[in-house]
Design a protein around this ligand. Structure first.
Ligand code: TGC
Ligand code: FAD
Length: 388
């Protein structure tokens, strides 16, 4: 018996409901038709095609785990499976969907006023409006509590000054959720593109996540009405709760990148002949494939377990850290190992593993670095916060 899909090794799909399997298949088909034929070019050109946004809206994956306002209202597991298939295409694609749904839309859905929800969410769910999420600053990445961006009251208005760095979709977004320090602690604000004093710049020369737009936001005396503030967001816990949503998507997504690498590599190893035999027939190749398949299936099962906890409403942030730390680290190791099996062919964009490996360097760093997630787990185990 030959297992044709690396996730069939432990019969992963048998753990899914019919609806979950169907969502996984639908997203996989979309990626095969709309992404795989073009993604190497997007990566080489360092671009993400904005016209894909309405297509992703029609597919129903933008804010898909949120209820109402044009969102699909699916389970967390269904959302995770969509992230898995999107990231099997490219981490940049999953990033777009994560930032739109789990960071920009979630911040409005969870902390916004009814007017803010009505104004933005239906357009964002349809991919007609793009959002971004500005937490990181040039001098404060892992430590957002010390952010410098400031919002000061002036009559009924707020005036914002500061800058945000490494912001996915930053320079193409129609609206930015910006986190700023106020006299009452950290608060969130919606800053529409075109607001005087609000400018963006695209960060170039990236070696990772090239099929994704990354930008810098500058706020220079940006005047906003009181209605631009997210009324329910108080303190750092608000942006960190948004991060929990996006980190959850990465737990599944990174397993998708690993799946694509292993699939690609098994096909290649069966075709490529050296010393008169397919390289898949050598024991050393099989050992690599077996180790990678074990890692991949363990990651997928861990993701599913966390998804079930999320759907039950019991998931804790440190449990998401376990998933993000393990699955991204595993995926990166798999992508690099796959590249070795591809030999010289593995260094081009014709095959996906090195593109995935390059992307996963960003995934290891954003949404909390691997070190920060280790410390979150360490805190859960010992009771000591070793961040400071
Ligand atoms: P700390 O005192 O621990 O926490 C402050 C308050 O927040 C609560 N909290 C959380 N709530 C929900 N979810 C979480 N994950 C939470 N983590 C903490 C906490 O209970 C506390 O609440 P309260 O009521 O007591 O005030 O804060 P700290 O300053 O000690 O920092 C802790 C630390 C280091 C874990 C946190 O700062 C952190 O996670 N740092 C990493 C920053 C990060 O991940 N940035 C990501 C930016 S966004 C991004 O990368 C998008 S990439 C998108 C893409 O393209 O896919
Ligand atoms: P630093 O925090 O300076 O960390 C540098 C190194 O020091 C890391 O290895 C880190 O683990 C280590 N370190 C830091 N503190 C400790 C500690 N206490 N103990 C041990 N080690 C420590 N941010 C957003 O807000 N929105 C976005 O949309 C977004 N998109 C991104 C897209 C890309 C492609 C990238 C690369 C980043 C993005 N980010 C975004 C920013 C991302 O979240 C940060 O890069 C990340 O949080 C790390 O911050 P930093 O780069 O400033 O590194």
């Amino acid at each position: 018996m030959t297992v044709t899909d690396p996730l069939a090794l432990l019969d992963f799909d048998s753990l899914l409901s019919d609806e979950e399997r169907q969502i996984r298949e639908t997203v996989a088909r979309f990626v095969t038709e709309h992404v795989r034929p073009h993604v190497a070019d997007w990566f080489e050109e360092g671009t993400f095609p904005r016209e894909l946004a309405p297509e992703l809206g029609k597919l129903g994956v933008l804010g898909m785990h949120l209820d109402g306002y044009g969102c699909a209202g699916t389970s967390a597991v269904a959302y995770g499976l969509a992230c898995l298939e999107l990231e099997a295409g490219d981490s940049g694609l999953r990033s777009f969907v994560s930032v739109q749904g789990s960071l920009a839309m979630f911040s409005i859905w969870r902390y916004g006023s009814e007017e803010q929800k009505q104004e933005w969410l239906p357009w964002m769910a349809a991919g007609e409006a793009i959002g971004c999420f500005g937490l990181t600053e040039p001098d404060f990445g892992s430590d957002p509590a010390n952010m410098r961006t400031r919002a000061v009251r002036d009559g009924d208005d707020w005036v914002l000054n500061g800058s945000k760095m490494w912001i996915t979709n930053g320079s193409i977004a129609d609206v930015a959720t910006v986190w700023a320090r106020t006299e009452e602690g950290i608060r969130g604000f919606l800053v529409p593109r075109g607001t005087p004093g609000f400018t963006t710049r695209t960060i170039k020369k990236k070696l990772s996540l090239r099929a994704s737009i990354t930008g810098e936001l500058s706020l220079d005396d940006v005047r906003l009405p009181a209605s631009a503030q997210l009324p329910e967001a108080r303190g750092l816990g608000a942006p960190l709760s948004c991060l929990s949503e996006a980190r959850f998507g990465i737990v599944f997504g990174s397993a998708g990148a690993a799946l694509d690498c292993v699939r690609t590599t098994i096909d290649y190893a069966n075709e490529r002949v050296q010393f008169g035999r397919p390289i898949a027939a050598f024991q050393l190749t099989q050992q690599k494939l077996a180790d990678m398949a074990v890692g991949l299936n363990t990651s997928a099962l861990l993701a599913l377990h966390l998804g079930r906890l999320k759907d039950a409403g019991t998931i804790k942030p440190h449990q998401i850290s376990v998933g993000k730390l393990n699955n991204v680290r595993t995926a990166l190791a798999i992508a690099r190992e796959c590249r070795t099996i591809l030999g010289g062919s593995g260094i081009t964009l014709e095959y996906s593993p090195l593109r995935h490996a390059n992307n996963l360097e960003s995934v290891l760093t954003y949404e909390g670095t691997s070190e920060i997630h280790s410390l979150v787990i360490g805190q859960a185990l010992t009771g000591h916060a070793a961040f400071k």
